[in-house]
Design a protein around this ligand. Structure first.
Ligand code: UD1
Ligand code: MG
Length: 507
């Protein structure tokens, strides 16, 4: 009794990928948000397989650890020695003796494969009641690949590896993509009959087709509409080529949903990221991981966003963000660095050379220039002057700072945590604040200023500064103000006032 709804997926991922020349197993190389293996498993996911088996070998521990993260339901089966693709599938099926129905086998290194194509292959296979169906493609350059050999009536005769092929067979441009659907029972039977009588002395999965044909079993060929989907990856040059192809596919899909991508060749959007309608993505921009860019937001040029959410109509310019949230209408950059748990509320502004970490920046609050904001809560409409440092680390522990709603922090201020600046409070420029500033108060810690008259003439004689001072002094020597001047100016009352803080803060 055929049981078409029982499905098993087997992914072959034990090979070394020698030509990658990499400490990382080939199938773990990343490609726009997923590993090669992750892409293959994603393409197979809609099959809703009852069992998924991944054959691991080279770098088995790393591949197993990755599987635990991305596909905990999958079973990893160890192929200690890589004796061929047929051997690998045999070991996989030995681990799941109970399965029946259809088994889909996918080489681990075909990351551009789309779920629709796998589904169409399985549908054709099950619809025709075939013993085995191979995904084939017409390619411009078949070098190194197995060829589909058909008889005079166009029926599959066998699949021949290039190294075992005759010159006439090598001229064929229809290749085996390395993706197959099989009836499990007939596959098991054929796998038991594989020989190693070939150039590599391996058990070839592809030989199953010739064996089934000889036994009079029905086998099929399903031709992929787009051969690009079947491209494998053997070295890093090919990997870069696949990355460009996937980039173009992803960008085209977003543009068709109403996203403007101004320079698609320099825009790299992970397959796991989302961009909403009428967003504009400018040159040299990377949207990585689980990043979401909201409707009408403008991102770029020169922006990298990793696992970051950008709200509607926000702007992010020449900046880097990791695990951050940018509220609707907020603005970031140029040259800002948002670190994990930086959360900007609606219309907040983070400006130039500003770093924000683990902090909430309230609605409409501004941190426009040259500041570090760490472990802080900044209230709505607060204004943080240039070169404000939230001093969050005492060498052992991190502490929080709270700045109240509409508070005003003058430039070049240290807020030494734990500390709180109350709502509507001001802090004078140049202060080091280590005690709470009550709501509406002015916090100031500056030492009184002194101006020591004639210091340059006495201590730096003969310098350009001394000459400039002397010219200025002789030019103003006759003014009444100069004649009444004191030798030393300054006092606490001249530096602490709110107007002083305001004058020296920036907007
Ligand atoms: C294979 C096919 C070839 C097809 C090509 C498509 C065979 C004999 N040939 O060739 O017809 O055109 O894929 O890319 O199958 N693997 C194991 N264990 C092994 C050997 C391989 O897990 O013992 C895995 C590899 O990690 C890889 C996949 O199987 O993911 C394919 O193996 P590879 O050596 O790349 O086969 P090809 O020579 O490319
Ligand atoms: Mg290969």
């Amino acid at each position: 009794m055929p049981q078409p709804h029982l499905r098993t997926v087997v992914v072959l991922a034990a090979g070394e990928g020698k030509r990658m020349k990499s400490a990382l197993p080939k199938v773990l190389h990343p490609l726009l948000g997923r590993t090669l293996l992750g892409h293959v498993l994603t393409a197979a996911a809609p099959l809703a397989a009852d069992r998924t088996v991944v054959v691991v070998g080279h770098g088995a521990e790393q591949v197993r650890a990755h599987l635990t993260e991305i596909a905990p339901e999958a079973t990893a089966v160890l192929q200690a020695e890589q004796l061929g693709t047929g051997h690998a599938v045999r070991i996989a099926l030995d681990a799941v003796p109970e399965v029946s129905g259809t088994v889909v086998v996918i080489n681990g290194d075909v990351p551009l494969l789309r779920a629709e194509t796998v589904a169409a292959l399985v549908e054709a296979h099950e619809g025709e009641g075939a013993a085995a169906t191979v995904l084939a493609a017409e390619v411009p350059d078949p070098t190194g690949l197995g060829r589909i050999v058909r008889d005079a009536d166009g029926r599959l005769e066998q699949i021949v590896e290039e190294r075992d092929a005759s010159p006439a067979q090598r001229a064929l441009r229809e290749i085996n993509a390395g993706i197959y659907a099989f009836d499990v029972a007939r596959l098991r039977d054929a796998l038991g009959k594989l020989s190693t009588d070939n150039d590599q002395g391996e058990e070839y999965l592809t030989d199953v087709f010739g064996l089934l044909v000889s036994a009079g079993e029905p086998v099929g060929v399903h031709v992929a509409a787009d051969h690009v989907e079947t491209l494998g990856c053997n070295d890093r040059v090919e990997l870069a080529g696949l990355r460009r192809l996937l980039r173009d596919r992803v960008n085209a899909a977003w543009m068709r949903t109403g996203v403007s991508i101004l320079d698609p060749e320099t825009t790299w959007i992970d397959v796991t990221a989302t961009v909403e309608r009428d967003a504009v993505i400018d040159q040299n921009t990377q949207l990585r991981g689980t990043t979401v860019v909201g409707a009408q937001a403008v991102v770029g040029p020169d922006v990298t966003l990793i696992d970051t959410v950008v709200g509607a109509a926000a702007t992010v310019l020449r900046s880097h963000a990791v695990s951050a949230e940018v509220g609707p209408g907020a603005s970031v950059g140029p040259y800002a660095y948002l670190r994990p748990a930086a959360k900007l509320a609606e219309k907040a502004k983070i400006g130039t050379f500003v770093e924000v970490k683990n902090s909430e920046v309230g609605a409409g609050a501004k941190v426009p220039h040259l500041s570090y904001v760490g472990d802080a809560t900044i209230g709505a409409k607060a204004n943080i002057g240039a070169a404000t440092i939230f001093v969050n680390y005492d060498g052992v522990n991190k502490h929080r700072t709270t700045v109240g709603e509409a508070a005003f922090i003058g430039c070049d201020t240290s807020l030494i945590a734990p500390v709180e600046v109350g709502p509507g409070a001001y802090v004078a420029a140049g202060s080091a604040i280590s005690q709470d500033v009550p709501a509406g108060a002015l916090g100031v810690t500056r030492a009184p200023q002194r101006s020591i008259e004639g210091w340059v003439a006495r201590k730096r004689p003969g310098t350009a500064s001394a000459a400039a001072a002397e010219r200025a002094q002789s030019a103003s020597a006759d003014t009444p103000a100069a004649r009444e001047g004191e030798a030393i100016h300054g006092g606490a009352e001249t530096v602490g006032g709110p107007s002083s803080a305001g004058d020296t803060a920036t907007e």
